[in-house]
Design a protein around this ligand. Structure first.
Ligand SMILES: *[C@@H]1O[C@H](CO)[C@@H](O)[C@H](O)[C@H]1NC(C)=O
Ligand SMILES: *[C@@H]1O[C@H](CO)[C@@H](O)[C@H](O)[C@H]1NC(C)=O
Ligand SMILES: *[C@@H]1O[C@H](CO)[C@@H](O)[C@H](O)[C@H]1NC(C)=O
Ligand SMILES: *[C@@H]1O[C@H](CO)[C@@H](O)[C@H](O)[C@H]1NC(C)=O
Ligand SMILES: *[C@@H]1O[C@H](CO)[C@@H](O)[C@H](O)[C@H]1NC(C)=O
Ligand SMILES: *[C@@H]1O[C@H](CO)[C@@H](O)[C@H](O)[C@H]1NC(C)=O
Ligand SMILES: *[C@@H]1O[C@H](CO)[C@@H](O)[C@H](O)[C@H]1NC(C)=O
Length: 555
């Protein structure tokens, strides 16, 4: 009776071994599968994936921009867009994922966690009184679906995507509560500037004539004059320049002369900003009267052109040359009266502040355009300068072709990381107008933590490995001519309910109190997996052992 027993033994041994092996495999698989997703990436493939997604987002934005039908349904409580400064804790905070950040400034220096909402993007505005804003926010709300479906919607990792539009609105995903006490203006952020960058020298001519010193009609503040709006616009432009690279000059002209006298373009810096700001304030108050040669609109442009094209001009000769003129529009009937020379390499944008009944005009031969700006846009100068920024963005795009932009690393606005690399790209509307810029953030610490076999530095190197911006003014084919796209019919400043919630000024916004880990970390998952697998192993071994015992007893 020896025959069958060893075979049965063998069978049982094989079976228990297989079961135990299965348990072991389960354990390994559990750990490996969690790491696998991250392991599959290389610096290049991670970058490629985000680039492809950025291109998709740009395509969606461009298609959405003219979808006026979307405006009919944006006010319902399910399709309104959420302001970042909604009072924390009043709605939807169950969605939050708590993630580690460099610092959470709203909660003091010790808080290194912040709540992110992966179900939707949040909105920030730099200006609340413009019809464009309702249109942008409403028509672009389908971006949330795109964001959620992209790799950025996977809360295992932290990347952020934002769409900053020309009107100063930003849609940020995943959503993050922020204090809205200070405005967030995407148009002066490094990634936005990067995607419209052209090395340039800009002369801003401010009309300081008598009519510009009049009080603004219908102004809320009785100190407001046309000249104060012009000065605000000039200073806003300075904030969009690249420090230590672009050159700038601001001159004030009227029949008493150009002020400050004879100032040349200088390389832009924050120090220079302060100097201009101080001088312009003095001028607005009626100070600085020197060099009383008669200067009208025509002469001001002529003087500025000769300064820009003069051999003694401090700006490098291969820089793009631009004049932005803010004037009443009273001194000329049409562009031809401005006597701009046909062979000038200077691009001239004239913006008229007073209603003179002139139609917008443009002449590609003399590289000049002139248009009236509406009162509604006085307080959003970067928006009324749409033609200038669209011009820059188009030049940038034509030089860079289909490439995506990368700037230097910088500290992101929300305190996630002090070393952030953003890839960005501009989106254009039907008439070639700049709609805005889309950016995707790579956070150094997050990449290092979440992708163990990728070095953040390799992403930076891969990103840099693309053609650098090389602008050739002689090959400039981009025209200064620009057709505005009308806003959707019937759109008003106040589309009731297109934004969920209002600013409340709650100090606890973005808050730490409930900023506790919700088991979403990689480590937590791995530990969960390890313990889960161990439990399975214990059971399997237990079964094997019991089976063996039972068998031994029965024989
Ligand atoms: C939306 O509003 C309607 C009434 O206006 C209400 O019945 C419904 O519960 C609301 N839905 C959500 C998700 O708040
Ligand atoms: C401001 O005015 C002073 C005095 O006229 C002048 O020296 C200085 O260059 C001006 N600043 C700029 C930035 O033009
Ligand atoms: C502008 O001033 C110049 C002289 O400085 C004069 O020749 C010209 O006619 C003026 N143009 C206008 C439109 O007033
Ligand atoms: C510009 O206006 C002047 C009159 O001020 C007129 O003679 C001229 O024909 C106009 N030119 C164009 C191109 O409209
Ligand atoms: C433009 O033409 C004028 C004469 O019409 C000439 O004096 C000037 O040098 C030319 N400028 C350039 C940059 O060719
Ligand atoms: C970023 O912050 C860390 C501290 O969290 C600090 O050690 C590091 O020097 C900072 N880097 C930069 C570029 O500021
Ligand atoms: C602007 O509109 C005019 C007339 O409607 C058209 O001829 C021109 O091609 C347009 N320009 C651009 C840049 O779209």
């Amino acid at each position: 009776m020896k025959g069958p027993r060893p075979r049965r033994d063998l069978n049982i041994l094989a079976m228990s071994s297989i079961l135990c092996l299965f348990g072991l495999v389960l354990l390994v698989c559990n750990v490996v599968s969690i790491e696998a997703a991250a392991q599959d990436y290389t610096a290049t493939s991670l970058l490629d994936e985000k680039q492809a997604e950025l291109n998709t987002f740009v395509g969606v934005i461009e298609a959405n921009a003219r979808n006026c039908d979307a405006l009919k349904t944006c006010s319902s409580n399910t399709s309104c867009s959420r302001l970042a400064c909604y009072e924390y804790g009043t709605q939807g905070d169950a969605n939050y994922k708590c993630l580690g950040v460099l610092s959470n400034p709203v909660c003091g220096t010790d808080c290194n966690q912040r709540n992110f909402d992966y179900t939707k993007s949040f909105i920030r505005r730099a200006d609340s009184f413009n019809p464009n804003i309702a249109q942008t926010v409403c028509t672009q709300r389908t971006l949330d679906d795109q964001f959620r479906r992209s790799s950025i919607g996977d809360s295992t990792y932290l990347f952020r995507v934002f769409y900053g539009s020309m009107d100063g609105t930003t849609r940020l995903y995943p959503g993050l509560d922020e204090s809205c006490e200070t405005d967030y203006d995407p148009r002066i952020r490094p990634w936005f500037k990067e995607s419209i960058y052209v090395p340039k020298v800009v002369t801003i001519l401010i009309d300081c004539g008598r009519s510009m010193r009049d009080k603004l009609i219908g102004a809320t503040n009785d100190q407001e004059t046309y000249i104060s709006k012009e000065i605000n616009a000039a200073l806003a432009v300075l904030n969009t320049l690249r420090e230590d690279s672009d050159y700038v000059n601001i001159q004030c002209f009227d029949r008493d002369g150009i002020k400050p006298p004879g100032a040349k373009s200088q390389r832009y810096s924050s120090l220079l900003y302060q100097s201009f700001s101080d001088n312009l304030t003095q001028i607005a108050n009626g100070g600085i009267t020197e060099n009383p040669s008669l200067i009208n609109t025509t002469d001001a442009i002529k003087t500025a052109i000769s300064e820009l094209t003069n051999d003694a001009s401090p700006a490098p000769p291969d820089y793009l040359k631009v004049i932005l003129m803010f004037t009443s529009g009273e001194q000329y009937q049409n562009l031809s009266e401005l006597n701009i020379p046909g062979n000038s390499s200077v691009n001239v944008f004239v913006y008229n502040f007073l209603k003179t009944g002139q139609t917008a005009e443009c002449n590609p031969t003399i590289r000049a355009s002139s248009e009236e700006i509406s009162v509604q846009r006085y307080d959003n100068p970067l928006l009324f300068l749409e033609s200038f920024y669209s011009f820059l963005a188009k030049i940038h795009q034509s030089v860079m072709k289909t490439n995506i932009d990368f700037g230097e690393q910088y500290a992101d606005y929300s305190g996630v990381d002090n070393s952030t690399l953003t890839l960005s790209k501009a989106a254009f509307g039907p008439n070639g107008e700049l709609l805005g810029v889309v950016g995707i953030d790579f956070f150094q610490k997050k990449v290092d933590q979440q992708f163990p076999n990728i070095r953040f530095q390799d992403i930076v190197i891969a990103a840099r490995n693309h053609p650098t911006f090389k602008f050739d003014p002689n090959a400039l084919t981009t025209t200064v001519c620009f057709n505005h796209t009308e806003t959707c019919p019937g759109i008003q400043t106040d589309v009731p309910g297109f934004l969920c919630g209002t600013k409340t000024g709650n100090d606890n916004i973005g808050c730490c109190g409930s900023c506790t880990s919700k088991n979403t970390h990689r480590l937590a998952k791995i530990l969960g997996g390890v313990f889960g697998s161990l439990a399975v192993l214990v059971i399997v071994f237990g079964l094997c052992w019991r089976w063996d015992m039972k068998r031994n007893r029965s024989f």
